[in-house]
Design a protein around this ligand. Structure first.
Ligand SMILES: NC(=O)c1ccc[n+]([C@@H]2O[C@H](COP(=O)([O-])OP(=O)(O)OC[C@H]3O[C@@H](n4cnc5c(N)ncnc54)[C@H](OP(=O)(O)O)[C@@H]3O)[C@@H](O)[C@H]2O)c1
Length: 255
């Protein structure tokens, strides 16, 4: 169920943004279009992605297409995205900032809720990347995944979310190993707090970054080499400290 708004100038290549309707994904989509990439924008609500696609196409003159897909319910999100790419310029980048967390993810969730968290945060990125790999490999493309510092060391909150995000770390490593010949670039951004829907109304122990700044850095870095990058960069130090804390201190950390 994708829609393209006609009239656009040619773009050299296409970038897919999964989770493009808000926060970092919206900022990434905007920055990609501003730099002249055609974009395929994916999120669950068709009105959100269609409105953003129309706006980007108008402002930046690039082909922009919206695709409505509920990642918690779709058995084959990669297949749907692959079909929606038909007719767009060659695929150069797949960015998957889609993510979802919930406040009661503290070991009390039922099976359905666990499945939903895993579907959005782990199954969807893996399934989409697998499905789009052949197209990415054809043009030495870039896959960009987004983890969280919440997964740096398992705690009594965000239990399933963190497990899923930790899964992405392993997935990125595996793909890098599999494609160590350089045919695919795999970047994983480990993010600290962002000012977005996910953190709206939360009391945060450290400052939240603006998605626009992170998006500019990620898009400028698409040709950057494979690797894991902390953003903002100072979170690398926080992560190191959290990993190194002795258990008797760590067990008391509640935020
Ligand atoms: N915000 C933070 O402090 C923070 C910290 C560390 C890591 N991260 C990670 O950074 C990434 C971006 O986060 P953000 O703060 O920009 O989040 P956000 O503003 O809540 O945006 C999340 C995006 O994911 C999409 N999404 C969620 N559930 C979906 C579903 N079932 N089907 C399709 N799309 C779905 C949302 O689209 P819909 O309109 O369909 O809901 C939205 O476009 C996420 O991977 C997040 O885990 C965020």
């Amino acid at each position: 169920m994708s829609t393209t708004i006609p009239i656009a100038t040619a773009a050299a290549d296409t970038a897919v943004v999964v989770g493009a309707s808000s926060g970092l994904g919206r900022a990434l989509a905007t920055e990609l279009a501003r730099r002249g990439h055609a974009v395929l924008l994916v999120a669950s609500d068709r009105r959100d992605v269609d409105a953003l696609a129309a706006d980007l196409q108008l402002r930046h003159g690039v082909p922009a297409r919206g695709l409505a897909l509920d990642l918690a319910r779709s058995a084959d999100p990669g297949g749907a995205i692959g079909a929606a790419l038909d007719g767009l310029p060659p695929l150069a980048a797949v960015l998957i900032p889609a993510g979802w967390s919930r406040h009661d993810d503290d070991g009390t969730l039922d099976t359905a809720a666990i499945g939903q968290l895993l579907a959005i945060n782990l199954h969807a990125p893996l399934a989409i990347a697998h499905a789009l790999l052949p197209a990415l490999l054809e043009h030495r493309g870039t896959l960009v995944l987004f983890g969280s510092v919440a997964a740096e060391r398992g705690r009594g909150r965000n239990i399933v979310y963190a497990a899923a995000k930790r899964g992405l770390v392993s997935f990125a490593q595996s793909l890098r190993h599999r494609h160590a010949d350089g045919a695919l670039r795999v970047q994983l951004y480990q993010l600290g707090f962002l000012r977005s829907n996910l953190t709206h109304g939360l009391r945060l122990p450290l400052p939240a970054a603006e998605p626009d700044g992170i998006a500019r850095d990620v898009v400028a870095g698409l040709a950057r080499r494979d690797g894991t990058y902390y953003r903002p960069g100072w979170w690398a130090l926080v992560a190191l400290i959290v990993r190194s804390l002795p258990w008797f201190v760590f067990r008391r950390m509640k935020d």
